[in-house]
Design a binder for this molecule. Structure first.
Ligand SMILES: [Zn+2]
Length: 84
């Protein structure tokens, strides 16, 4: 009868450890979801910039700044804005 007691005790410990591990894994998943959501939303809010030369719109983080103007690429920085 003593063996049964130990088996029950071990089973209880294993069950407790398992549920604890599952809770930790769940928390990690939630954190990953939240950071992924934050990343995607910050990408949505990201400001758009317009190239001073060709007028193309693109994410501001990719812009090339020169003389207070945004350009879509380093190549357009040297070119003057088109005459309209
Ligand atoms: Zn351009």
């Amino acid at each position: 009868m003593r063996v049964l007691f130990w088996i029950a005790l071990i089973a209880l410990v294993v069950f407790a450890v398992r549920s604890k591990l599952r809770a930790i894994a769940k928390r990690h998943d939630a954190q990953r979801d939240m950071s992924a959501k934050a990343q995607s939303s910050s990408r949505e809010i990201e400001a758009m910039a317009q190239c001073a030369h060709c007028g193309m719109y693109f994410p501001a983080s990719e812009s090339v700044r020169a003389d207070g103007l945004d350009y879509c690429s380093p190549g357009h920085v040297r070119l003057p804005p088109p005459k309209s």
